[in-house]
Structure formats: C-alpha cells, structure tokens
Design a protein around this ligand. Sequence first.
Ligand code: AMP
Length: 113
Amino acid sequence: MSDCLFCRIVSGEISVEKILENDEFLAFSDIDPKAPVHKLVIPKNHFSDLAQLAKADSDLSGRMNLFIADLAQNLGLDQGYRIVFNTGDWGGQSVFHVHGHLLGGRQMSWPAG
Ligand code: AMP
C-alpha cells in the first residue's frame, strides 16, 4: 500500500533505526519516544489493526507476540515492559498498519491515559 507510512518503511522508501528483523516482522525505534525504550513492531504485510491481523492470520499474530518477546529479551528489559496496540480512533491509533509499541526502561503507571 503506497499510501501507508509503515509499508513505505518496510519497502525502504522511508529509513528508520532498525532493531530486529526477520522475513515477517520489523522492529524499529519510535521517532517520538514515550519511554527510555520505545520500539515499534510491525508485520511486513499490511493489516490495518490487531483485530484484522488476528482474524486474517492467527498464526502470524501469535508469531508477532513471540517476536516482541524476543525483542524485549534482546533489549534486556528484565524488569518488565509494556506492549500497547492502539486500535481505532478512540484507541489512539494514528497509523493504520498494525503495530505493537514496546515500552520499557522505566516504571509504568496505570491506568494509561
Ligand atoms: P499510533 O499512534 O499508536 O498509531 O502510533 C504510531 C507511532 O508511529 C507513533 O508513536 C509515532 O511516533 C510513530 N511514528 C510515526 N512516524 C514514524 C517514523 N517515520 N519513524 C518511526 N516512528 C514513527
């Protein structure tokens, strides 16, 4: 999808700081970090949000969780971390290509705003 920001990152048209990558997923640094560690994880194929991904390919959705867990371990987030999938307008989603925010490196507060 040529008009999708994250598809343009996958294609290399927009450069990012890549952290971890395999055939199916890419992790890169968020351009506007909300924590000392703030990475985004996306599937390379386009799905608009987590619900669409899970319904279309639940195996890929499961492997995305494993990829995020491996990423957190690689980053040494042993004390814990938060994974956020903003979904839809009211969920705060601004880029409609499913992405998990991996946040860490500080104590998280609750409830999220
Ligand atoms: P969301 O608001 O949940 O859809 O998250 C979108 C995220 O993408 C935000 O945290 C942005 O800071 C991040 N973002 C937008 N453009 C870029 C970019 N070019 N490189 C890295 N992160 C980006």
